[in-house]
Design a protein around this ligand. Structure first.
Ligand SMILES: [Fe+2]
Length: 309
């Protein structure tokens, strides 16, 4: 028996990479209820907000309910012109998130301004272009100690056309993959499933090579780490991992019925527990003051749903 299969057999026996409520004995009961609640919740994912500086109890409850059932929510500020960076930070802190995790292209407050940017630093990264971005979770190249558990995208200005987002709950992705073959979720929970080579283009010492699982958990909270990129990802040389990645990509490419497709407009934002997402390309304005601008925050904490307890 090849070594890779014996490793997966061991993982299947302990299921150590998977929260207890998702393990085989409990899976069916969890899945039926989870999928039903998810289908219902994505029909009505948006929450209107009067004042992001101070959410009302009803607004917090509405956001938390959607996060509980889908790991995400869309907020829509009634007065988009009044929403500045401080207001976004105030809103996210009311949802349990602290200061955003910083990166090379982030501002001092930790928010990144996603816009077409031709500077030498920015132009190496697709989010700063008008090109489409494939399925991924944010910060998939981070070390486990710096796992991105939540993120927000706030739209200041949409593009002239397109730039639509597609998002899907990673727990639903996990469930769909597990139904294909339980060995697949086991295989993708191995600690050496996915390796990101060192980021040498950004200069020595910026980022070392990082290995980790696709699926992991923090207590009962499932986390996902993934990119559909073909370059700069080294998948474990393992036949079941290869099958699992092909099945995962097939799920993401054919999940329109279970994904949320939404073009953010001015004053709207997505808050989520770093669920898989992709973006269509877009046509931008030639006038900088009218060009697409999205603020992005990434957080090492998960969104809280404590307001529901
Ligand atoms: Fe992203």
């Amino acid at each position: 028996m090849p070594l890779c299969e014996s490793e997966i057999t061991r993982a299947a026996r302990t299921q150590s990479g998977i929260p207890a409520h998702l393990r085989e004995d409990n899976f069916s009961r969890w899945w039926d209820d989870r999928l039903a609640r998810y289908r219902g919740a994505i029909e009505d994912l948006s929450v209107e907000i009067d004042n992001p500086l101070k959410l009302s109890a009803n607004e917090r409850h509405a956001l938390a309910a959607r996060v509980r059932d889908t790991n995400m929510a869309i907020y829509r500020c009634r007065q988009p012109g009044n929403v500045d960076r401080a207001a976004i930070q105030a809103l996210t802190s009311q949802l349990g998130l602290g200061k955003p995790d910083s990166n090379l292209c982030a501002a001092d407050d930790g928010l990144s301004e996603l816009e077409v940017n031709h500077s030498p630093t920015h132009q190496r990264y697709i989010p700063y272009s008008n090109r489409p971005i494939g399925w991924h979770t944010d910060g998939y190249y981070h070390t486990p100690e710096r796992t991105i558990r939540a993120m927000t995208l706030h739209c200041v200005r949409p593009a002239i056309s397109d730039g639509t987002l597609q998002v899907i709950d990673h727990e639903i992705v996990f469930g769909l993959l597990h139904r294909c073959d339980p060995r697949y979720t086991m295989a993708l929970s191995q600690s050496d499933t996915m390796t990101i080579p060192a980021n040498e283009a950004a200069g020595s010492g910026v980022r070392a090579s990082v290995s980790g699982p696709v699926f992991s958990h923090n207590g009962d909270v499932l986390q996902m780490r993934y990119s559909a990129r073909k370059r700069n990802i080294i998948w474990k040389n393992d036949s079941v991992v290869r099958e699992a990645i092909a099945a995962l990509q097939e799920i993401l490419d054919s999940c329109a019925e279970l994904a949320v497709t939404h073009r953010l407009l001015s004053g709207e934002g997505l808050v989520c527990n770093n669920v898989p997402h992709r973006r269509d390309g877009f046509t931008d304005s030639s006038q900088p003051e009218c060009a697409r601008l999205i603020y992005r925050g990434r957080y090492t904490q998960a969104l809280t749903t404590m307001v529901l307890r």
